[in-house]
Design a protein. Structure first.
Length: 463
């Protein structure tokens, strides 16, 4: 079989070269040349890649928006309620999902469980494994209690053979585990290289769109999320899901980073058990550590993930540091921590300049919203003074550079969840404090603050 010609194209400027070069001769960018399949330009155009990208979405004539028939996408629930939540309701025909995450976090486990549930519901499915043999997948299925599963399994890493199998079996859902192991015969680069990952994903995406088959691509994230990581695919696919969580704890989160068919920032919560991943339908309290009595340096906050409030404990440790004190954070942004320390110093007179400061969100959860600010500051001052905050204490609110405490979105919902879980004292931004008495907040004493120094003074009184 004759190989189609490959050339090297610069990622930055698009210049082509017959062989690989470290520096693009055209724009001078370093290490930007990536192998691509040379295709005859469609319609006599100059862009060699035109043919490859045209098919991602079929071209059409100009029409008024109102006259285009908009069909509601049909979703097939996967049988895993938490996965469906992250997907926006279920798998969409012709939709391509990228599932990223660290190795060993549970991607293969969850997808095998989902495929089995779909297959049992009469949806033909195909599981393509490039990392494990068919026997290993079968062994895993036994462990998951999926004996007698009718899911079709293909152990193959060559793209052309995979596509031929897809064409022959016409599954409604296919999982490619993982995209980094697949290679196309058209390219000479190794599997897992940017060129291969991109070419294989583009090919499979075109196939999915043309045939109406839903495809889930599994991708490993490297530490920097860069080379050969699934990052290069994010713009191609319809939905990007990221698995996160601490492999040492049993809880796993699935977060939608991008979703053309639903909301982003909705998370699915799972617990890893010896029988695979089980959805946690009421996750609000799972990220609280189980202290009998409050300890110094710990503060609970309510964060909102998608539509659900989640109570998370933030821990801080402030300890005398060396000549260059360290600021480390796990699950929270480090730059934000530096900013909060500066605000603490300037507006509340709490100096940590010569101290090491460590901050951690319990349970491997990642908090990106600024509503965590107040709780982080309270945890830091609590650790610094060696005094625990009272039992049943929580706080949330964004802190600005001027020392003002700004409201968090949907504060009442957060407070309701805290009251439901039996919390008794809350320090919140003034605008989030309920105006009227409400039964939903019963048992919760709510202190409204406008400034950081007020919050710190209040905490000192309560502790
Ligand atoms: P796996 O799904 O192979 O991860 P990935 O595909 O993301 O690399 O994940 C597996 C981890 O989960 C593995 O370390 C063992 C554990 N596990 C369980 O705890 N219970 C189970 O039922 C299964 C199948 C795996
Ligand atoms: Mg795997």
């Amino acid at each position: 079989m004759s190989r189609s010609k490959t050339t090297y194209a610069c990622n930055e400027c698009g210049a082509a070269s017959a062989r690989w070069l470290g520096k693009c001769p055209s724009c001078g960018a370093w290490n930007s040349l990536v192998e691509t399949v040379a295709q005859a330009p469609a319609g006599g155009g100059k862009n060699r890649l035109g043919a490859a990208f045209a098919a991602l979405a079929p071209a059409s004539d100009v029409q008024a928006l109102a006259s285009i028939e908009a069909q509601d996408v049909a979703r097939t629930p996967t049988g895993q309620a938490e996965l469906d939540r992250a997907l926006g309701g279920g798998i969409v025909a012709g939709g391509v999902v990228l599932m990223g995450g660290d190795p060993g976090i549970g991607k293969s486990t969850l997808l095998l469980q989902a495929l089995d549930a779909l297959q049992r519901a009469g949806v033909p499915s195909l599981y393509v494994t490039g990392e494990e043999s068919g026997a290993q997948v079968a062994l895993r299925a036994r462990r998951l209690g999926l004996a007698g599963s009718q899911v079709a399994v293909l152990a193959e890493i060559q793209l052309e053979k995979i596509v031929a199998t897809l064409a022959a079996r016409q599954p409604a859902v296919a999982v490619i585990d993982s995209i980094q192991t697949i290679y196309s015969d058209q390219l000479t680069s190794a599997p897992g290289s940017v060129a291969q990952v991109r070419e294989c994903a583009a090919h499979l995406t075109r196939w999915a769109k043309a045939q109406g088959c839903a495809i889930v691509l599994v991708g490993h994230v490297t530490k920097d999320g860069q080379l050969a990581g699934p990052r290069v695919l994010e713009h191609m696919v319809d939905t990007v899901l990221y698995f996160e969580g601490d492999t040492h704890s049993s809880f796993r989160l699935i977060r939608a980073i991008k979703n053309r068919f639903g909301a982003v920032n909705e998370i699915g919560v799972f617990a890893m058990t010896e029988k695979g991943l089980k959805g946690v339908s009421n996750p609000s309290a799972i990220f609280l550590s189980q202290h009998a009595d409050p300890v110094p340096g710990s503060c609970v906050l309510v964060t909102l993930e998608g539509t659900r409030p989640l109570l998370v404990e933030v821990q801080a440790l402030v300890d005398s540091g060396g000549p260059s004190p360290r600021r480390l954070s796990v699950g929270l942004e480090r730059d934000r921590l530096a900013m909060l320390l500066a605000v603490l110093h300037r507006h509340a007179g709490v100096a940590t300049g010569d101290q090491d400061v460590f901050v951690n969100a319990v349970g491997g959860v990642r908090i990106s919203e600024p509503a965590a600010d107040l709780a982080v500051m309270l945890a830091i001052t609590s650790s610094l003074r060696g005094k625990a905050l009272p039992k049943g204490f929580l706080a949330f609110g964004e802190v600005g550079l001027a020392g003002e405490v700004r409201p968090a979105p949907r504060g009442q919902e957060r407070l309701k969840e805290a009251a439901k879980l039996g919390f008794s004292v809350a320090v919140v931004p003034k605008a989030n404090a309920p105006k009227r008495k409400d039964k939903a907040f019963e048992g919760l004493t709510i202190h409204a603050v406008e400034r950081v120094e007020e919050a710190m003074a209040l905490a000192r009184q309560l502790a």
